[in-house]
Design a protein around this ligand. Structure first.
Ligand code: PGA
Length: 246
């Protein structure tokens, strides 16, 4: 079974989110082959939870606050996401790190909050274009993983990781499946320092329907995190079918 996680970012408004969710609902997916989760904007989260109730399709938050409750204007906690029915939350997406200035400390605190709330965090890591040019990919990933996971109590808890090279996101220039497979193998070895369990590692960054099956066919790639190709039914359905028929 491979994971397909759809990060709808701020692409869709409330109505568009519900329409796309209902289009997905009208399809059946083989739960043995695909674990599908949708990460809509916060305002659409509880409506999507209702739409997907009693189906295998899960809903997640795109980020969360690190505090559980209180005087944090504009924030949405992991606890609130859990209460409305989310299963997952993305933590440390590069758009949060680089556009909204989230630090490694913030990412760590959010991970702790997500785990404490009973959500499954999807920790996003990835090197920038500059890192890549300077051949610092492993250095950047090691640093992000260490900051996020060192000393974190993962016993009895689930964690997932998404490898999302910043240069590949939304660029139409993905990290190709063979290269992604290699670096996922390296990430999985790194993760052994933090947990004995196998932590699923998803690839994200310009995944389109035509390549989706090639990613999930790789042993080290446990699934994909899809942005742009997941916000239109016409592109998302073929992608899902490609993963399913792998
Ligand atoms: P993309 O986004 O598929 O549009 O590159 C992926 C992501 O940011 O999670």
């Amino acid at each position: 079974m491979k994971h397909v996680f759809a990060n709808w970012k701020m692409y869709l408004d409330f109505d568009e989110s519900c329409i796309l969710a209902n289009q997905l609902l009208s399809q059946s997916f083989d739960a043995q082959k695909i674990n599908l989760a949708i990460f809509p904007n916060f305002l659409a989260v509880s409506e999507l939870v209702k739409i997907f109730r009693d189906t295998p399709i899960a809903v997640g938050g795109q980020t969360c606050a690190w505090a559980p409750k209180g005087a944090y204007t504009g924030a949405v906690s992991a606890l609130l996401l859990k209460e409305v029915g989310c299963r997952y939350v993305l933590v440390g997406h590069s758009e949060r790190r680089y556009i909204f200035g989230e630090s490694g400390d913030d990412v760590r605190k959010k991970l702790e909050a997500a785990l404490a709330a009973g959500l499954v965090p999807v920790l996003c890591v990835g090197e920038t274009e500059t890192d890549r040019k300077e051949e610092k990919r492993e250095y950047r990933l090691k640093k992000q993983l260490l900051k996020a996971l060192e000393g974190l109590d993962l016993s009895g808890r689930r964690l997932m990781v998404a490898y999302e090279p910043v240069w590949a996101i939304g660029s139409g220039n993905p990290c190709l499946p063979a290269d992604a497979d290699d670096i996922h193998g390296w990430i999985k070895l790194e993760l052994k320092q933090y947990s004995e369990k196998d932590i699923p590692v998803l690839y994200g960054g310009s995944v389109e329907a035509d390549k989706a099956a090639e990613y999930v066919a790789r042993d080290m790639i446990d699934g994909i995190l899809v942005g742009g190709a997941a916000v239109k039914f016409e592109t998302f359905l073929p992608l899902l079918r490609a993963v399913e028929s792998r």
